[in-house]
Write a protein that binds this ligand. Structure first.
Ligand code: ADP
Ligand code: TYD
Length: 207
């Protein structure tokens, strides 16, 4: 086991993960902790290169199987180069998405792929977060937040609201399957209130 703590944010696109991950990092740093704030897909130079292949272009650019392999390759590099070294130093690692995103996004429309995702995870990643904060909210609201950004990284957002509804259901089921590790947070509130609740949950977990 490593010395640090590994925290992840999950949830549908536009649910406020990046905002809350940043705020949590700021608060923990102000309390004197070393924090590594990172994200997936990406989080290391090699994984950021793979990210571009994944988030740009048309929705049917990759088959679901190829997509799972690309996400796993990116995650392996992120784990080796960024996450594990930081945890070994004793840092708090906050990742905006991790393996749960693959479980839910790549398994959302083809349930049988969940087995492939779980097998690849066991073979190549084999590490779960200590705590996962799942930001839950109405996909219609989240989608309007997300598309307003117009970042050019909208390959998944462009898949539409039915897909986002399936994702939300998937995250709710995930929280039930891993009740010790996962906490559902209502993301449809003032960002300060959401940040306060997250800080309280994290302080308890880091004690
Ligand atoms: P995600 O990382 O989950 O896609 P972001 O943190 O990037 O979400 O937030 C998406 C958009 O919604 C951003 O423009 C952000 O400023 C805005 N936003 C984030 N949290 C809230 C909130 N609690 N209420 C209203 N808008 C928010
Ligand atoms: P991200 O940059 O977190 O998007 P957002 O800020 O809009 O939530 O992630 C890019 C997209 O990649 C996002 O739509 C979710 C998707 N994704 C997967 O499909 N599988 C994965 O394993 C990961 C990490 C992300």
């Amino acid at each position: 086991m490593t010395k640090g703590s590994f925290l992840t944010f999950e949830g549908i696109d536009g649910s406020g993960k990046s905002t809350q991950a940043r705020r949590l990092a700021e608060r923990l740093r102000a309390g004197g902790r070393e924090v590594v704030l990172t994200r997936e897909p990406g989080g290391s130079p090699g994984a950021e290169e793979i990210r571009r292949l994944l988030v740009e272009g048309s929705a049917d650019r990759w088959s679901p199987e190829t997509e799972i392999l690309l996400f796993t390759a990116a995650r392996r590099d992120h784990l080796e180069k960024t996450i594990l070294p930081a945890l070994e130093r004793g840092a708090v690692v906050i990742s905006d998405r991790f393996a749960d995103s693959t479980r839910i996004y790549q398994g959302a429309t083809r349930g049988e792929l969940r087995t492939v995702v779980d097998q690849l995870h066991a073979l190549m990643i084999g590490r779960e977060p200590d705590l996962t904060l799942i930001l839950d909210m109405d996909p219609a609201l989240a989608l309007s937040r997300g598309l307003a950004r117009e970042s050019g990284e909208d390959r998944f957002e462009s898949m539409g609201q039915d897909f986002q509804d399936q994702l939300r259901t998937g995250f709710i089921q995930l929280a039930r399957r891993f009740p010790l590790r996962c906490r559902m947070i209502d993301g449809n509130r003032d960002p300060d209130i959401v940040a306060d609740e997250i800080m309280a949950v994290v302080e308890r977990a880091l004690r």
